[in-house]
Design a protein around this ligand. Structure first.
Ligand SMILES: [Zn+2]
Length: 292
């Protein structure tokens, strides 16, 4: 989840009562060509990958019906082919709505997504899942190859990292943001050990663009910095936790709470939301001592 979600949600709510005048003022989609047949489309705080294949179009995270309609209109400027595959980067409900706008599309998810299908009081999830994978799968679009990878829990438990090896493009959600900490209150379903594991792996890949879904800035340097932040956070808490575990395992909860008050990472003071560092410290501490 992300601090901009509430802003995006209010956009959707406003959209529900759209007048013609409001429609005319519809948010502009920022489309960028990343490689042959590969685009990013950034609108309403979500940046979707768009891959034009031989017989259809693959997109990531339509987010909600209103935004999906904007994507659909923008895609028809590039091709007459229908959206044939929608890949969900993870299960968080703000990312996965709007699939009804693309009736011909197969919904592709990591298999843990299935666990949430009967826990959806607002009806935000897709009504069906068509393709699931466990650790990895490869999609041949005819024009290029789209690989999906899952290394475990991170922000959610049904993570699908989208990788275009030929173009050096990767898509993740909610594991890092450019020179910014995630707001503490949005860390509820983030496993920071998992984020660290994913980002350290991705930081070794040969990439030209790294899309983090809530940002239009696709510089790979932000992914590298996100990995470094998680490593510095881990290094700031692990030694103290290990010492307590060896001397008095009953003190683990107390030491994690205390570290949340005392740890500082001054090299990140200029990052947005640095004031929420304590919550990151505790989330990392509990990931180490408790899992999840
Ligand atoms: Zn999320």
């Amino acid at each position: 989840m992300n601090h901009k979600i509430f802003a995006a949600l209010s956009g959707v709510i406003a959209a529900a009562g759209l007048t013609n005048a409001a429609l005319a003022a519809s948010p502009r989609v920022t489309t960028q060509k990343l490689a042959d047949n590969v685009y990013s489309m950034d609108v309403l705080h979500y940046n979707s990958l768009v891959v034009i294949g031989e017989n259809g179009v693959l997109i990531t995270d339509p987010a909600n019906p209103f935004r999906a309609g904007l994507l659909q209109a923008e895609i028809t400027k590039l091709t007459n082919l229908p959206v044939s595959k929608i890949v969900m980067t993870h299960e968080h409900y703000d990312h996965v709505g709007g699939t009804g706008v693309f009736p011909e599309a197969e919904i592709v998810v990591q298999e843990n997504f299935e666990m949430f299908m009967d826990q959806d009081p607002l009806g935000m999830l897709p009504t069906r899942l068509d393709v699931t994978f466990s650790e990895s799968m490869s999609i041949d679009m005819g024009t290029t190859t789209v690989d999906l990878h899952h290394f475990g829990p991170a922000d959610g438990i049904a993570i699908a990292v989208v990788h275009l090896p030929g173009e050096g493009i990767v898509v993740t959600s909610d594991m890092y943001a450019p020179r910014s900490l995630t707001r503490g209150l949005f860390l509820t379903d983030s496993n920071l050990l998992g984020n660290r594991q994913f980002l350290n792996e991705l930081a070794t890949w040969d990439l030209n663009y790294a899309i983090s879904t809530h940002s239009g800035d696709m510089s790979v340097s932000h992914l590298i910095e996100g990995a470094a932040f998680h490593n510095d956070l881990y290094d700031a808490v692990y030694p103290a936790i290990k010492k307590v575990y060896e001397e008095n395992p009953a003190g683990l909860v107390d030491v994690v709470i205390e570290l949340g008050e005392t740890v500082a990472l001054p090299q990140y003071e200029s990052w947005r939301n640095y004031q929420d560092l304590g919550e990151h410290v505790r989330k990392m501490g509990f990931a180490i001592t408790h899992g999840g």
